[in-house]
Design a protein around this ligand. Structure first.
Ligand code: SF4
Length: 70
């Protein structure tokens, strides 16, 4: 599974950092972005954490796909 963050929808709440700190980094304004390259699948051992972050995001800014994003 692959993921990305819609920068326009992120409200810098920090929940994804709490749920999956290895998968998200932040800019100076607290907007999240993936810590993995966009063509790198989420490691199996992090899938549970990712799903918790995905479910927790209040704005749906975290997107997932079975294929790499463009
Ligand atoms: S949980 Fe969603 S809104 Fe909150 S920082 Fe992460 S991507 Fe942004």
């Amino acid at each position: 599974m692959f993921y990305r963050v819609c920068q326009e929808d992120c409200i810098a709440c920090g929940l994804c950092q709490l749920k999956a700190s290895q998968l998200f980094h932040y800019n100076d304004e607290g907007i999240a972005h993936p810590s993995l390259p966009k063509d790198a699948p989420i490691p199996n051992e992090l899938l549970v954490s990712f799903k918790e972050a995905y479910i927790s995001c209040p704005t749906g800014a975290i997107q997932r796909s079975n294929e790499p994003f463009e």
